[in-house]
Design a protein around this ligand. Structure first.
Ligand code: FDA
Length: 305
């Protein structure tokens, strides 16, 4: 119930204005985002890579309904990728891209062309792009764009959300040689006929999807903070004879940082998803929805100020 309410609020202009202008919001937001500028993002990337972690950088922003703004987002990614290359970070840091930030809601072809520009800049920087997966209405379009991009840029990463009833089918289609696939639970509100809604059902789907990806020929990117799923991933790696480095764990910046370092110290490849920028509202609300304790922490900072 609370999760659904927060996800609905993540799309409400009224709540957005309230949260964005509240004086206590900034500290709570800083727990999950790296800052507002490219310099902030590079600083955090240097720190994390210095500790043996890999990074995927996300420029915050989504649901763009204007061509000029979509173009500005592409230019920002191109600049970021150039700066990553100049800083010698291309080998350890890639980028994550939301297609709705580059025009998917306006026209699918516009998003494809814009994503191509980001992929070309990533290649020039010696790195790659992963296409984030957004709400269920965008899934088929995102998979079509992925397929087109992979003709020229086969290293483009996909994301599959285990809460989707069709998740296993998507994983089976994407478990081929060279295919980078991030598996996550899914962070958006979705109707019952499209997605599982109970935690146990979603977790079981995650395990089934993980089995397909770990037994397949692609490169699984297991995005979860869930200790039970991380332990099951270790078992799948043993059973399917996968060496560390032939798959990776992924976690969000600010969530279970000690576990990120524990896995890396044990020889696993771990990538941290680092979001930055001024458009943090939707991202922040999804983090609150994932864990009620975050909401309590947020509200407590309001009353103890
Ligand atoms: P779950 O939510 O069950 O949490 C398990 C445990 O992890 C919790 O008990 C808690 O300890 C910790 N935890 C989880 N979330 C927390 C939070 N917000 N604050 C504090 N602790 C928390 N989704 C999507 O729809 N499209 C996408 O493209 C992506 N991309 C993506 C990339 C990466 C690298 C990650 C890690 C996640 C995503 N997600 C995503 C988000 C994902 O779908 C999911 O909402 C979150 O990862 C939370 O799910 P968990 O698997 O961590 O399990």
């Amino acid at each position: 119930m609370l999760r659904q309410a927060l996800l609905v609020a993540s799309r409400s202009g009224g709540v957005r204005r309230l949260v964005e202008t509240a004086p206590f919001t900034r500290d709570a937001v800083r727990r999950f985002i790296a800052g507002e500028t490219i310099d902030d993002a590079l600083h955090v990337t240097r720190e994390l890579t210095g500790e043996g972690l890999a990074v995927t950088l996300d420029v915050l922003g989504e649901d763009v309904h204007d061509r000029a703004q979509a173009d500005a987002t592409v230019k920002h990614y191109v600049e970021l990728l150039g700066r990553l290359a100049d800083a010698g970070l291309g080998a350890r840091a890639e980028v994550s891209l939301k297609l709705t930030a580059v025009g998917q809601a306006l026209e699918e072809d516009l998003a494809l062309e814009n994503a191509r520009r980001v992929c070309a800049a990533a290649r020039a920087a010696g790195t790659s792009v992963t296409l984030d997966m957004e709400d269920h209405t965008t899934v088929e379009s995102t998979l079509r764009i992925l397929q087109e991009l992979r003709r020229e840029h086969p290293d483009t990463g996909a994301v599959i959300q285990a809460y989707l009833r069709r998740a296993e089918e998507y994983c089976a289609e994407l478990a081929y040689e060279g295919s980078r696939v991030r598996l996550c639970k899914g962070a958006y509100a979705a109707p019952e006929h499209v997605a599982f809604t109970g935690k146990a059902e979603i977790d079981r789907s995650y395990v089934r999807c993980m089995r397909i990806l770990m037994n397949g020929k692609g490169y699984p990117m297991l995005a979860t903070h869930d200790p039970r799923l991380i332990s099951i991933a270790g078992t799948f790696a043993l059973v399917s004879d996968r060496a560390p480095g032939s798959y990776e764990y992924q976690m969000l910046y600010g969530i279970r940082p000690l576990e990120q370092r524990r896995l890396a110290a044990a020889g696993e490849r771990v990538r941290v998803y680092v979001a930055y920028g001024g458009q943090w509202y939707g991202y922040f609300m999804r983090r609150l929805a994932e864990k009620p304790a975050n909401l309590r922490f947020f509200l407590r900072s309001a009353v103890t100020r």
